[in-house]
Design a protein around this ligand. Structure first.
Ligand code: MG
Length: 261
């Protein structure tokens, strides 16, 4: 069953969304050649706890870290490590916090130093696919419309769309109904209603969509070893359209200023 959130619930979803967005942007600013994913993880853990929240990933089905740090051909659920990131890498950072009983979930893929044009395009198109998925998250649309919006854009570039992992409903729990695949047919699956909250998270690969899980039982990598990018926002469906919850205070005021002009 899909839970529609009350006005009071939505205020808490906004609070946790902004909290985890601030952590995401702080981590983005830290990414540079030489820093390790373990340092990024520890910084995120501290920022989330200092804000009075809990890193939702820790202990989730036994996951041991506050963030998922997935480098290059790693798609999702990468472990944080002491090895330094290298110039030309891309790093996907996925994180969630629980605050006042509600969860915010967000991910971004960040270039390490100078990256190739192929990788820059992969990141850019992944973010564009996320934006199309958000745009389709409107009252009376259906879940299949979101998947279609992501898929039609990704396919223009020939990218493999990961099918083994999907976006999801979110609220008091990180993973709620419905599942939100990054592919689909327009007009199919559940109808979208006001008060629904979704985490939409396209994962695009330069090569095959096929995945494989490493012996740590968590890290998911591309089957062909080619790079992968990931972007995720938590949003609320309102009568006026989708409201992205995982924006920083600054991003929200910039958005407001842009829509006023
Ligand atoms: Mg998620």
């Amino acid at each position: 069953m899909i839970f529609a959130k009350s006005a009071k619930d939505l205020d808490k979803m906004r609070a946790v969304g902004e909290l985890i967005a601030e952590v995401r942007e702080a981590l983005r600013a830290m990414v540079a050649p030489g820093i390790s994913t373990l340092e990024l993880n520890n910084a995120a853990d501290k920022m989330i706890r200092d804000a009075g929240a809990i890193p939702t990933f820790i202990g989730y089905h036994g996951f041991p870290y506050a963030i998922c740090a997935s480098v290059n051909h790693e798609i999702v659920h990468g472990f944080s490590k002491p090895d330094p990131l290298k110039d030309g890498d891309i790093i996907s950072l996925d994180m969630a916090a629980t605050y006042q009983g509600f969860v915010g979930d967000t991910a971004t893929t960040v270039p390490v130093g100078t990256i190739s044009e192929d990788l820059a395009q992969l990141i850019r198109v992944t973010e564009e696919c996320l934006a199309y998925g958000i745009e389709a998250s409107c009252v009376n649309n259906r879940i299949g419309d979101i998947g279609w919006a992501v898929q039609q854009h990704a396919e223009k570039f020939g990218y493999g769309i990961v099918r083994d992992y999907t976006g999801h409903g979110i609220g008091r729990n990180m993973h709620e109904a419905p599942q939100i695949p990054n592919y689909g047919r327009p007009g199919t699956k559940e109808k979208i209603r006001a008060g629904y909250c979704f985490a939409i998270e396209p994962m695009l690969n330069i090569g095959t969509a096929d995945t494989r899980t490493l012996s740590d039982k968590w890290t998911v990598v591309t089957a062909d070893g080619k790079p992968s990018a990931h972007a995720e926002h938590t949003l609320a469906v309102t009568p006026d359209g989708p409201e992205v919850l995982t924006l920083t205070k600054e991003q929200k005021s910039r958005q407001k200023a842009a829509s006023a002009t």
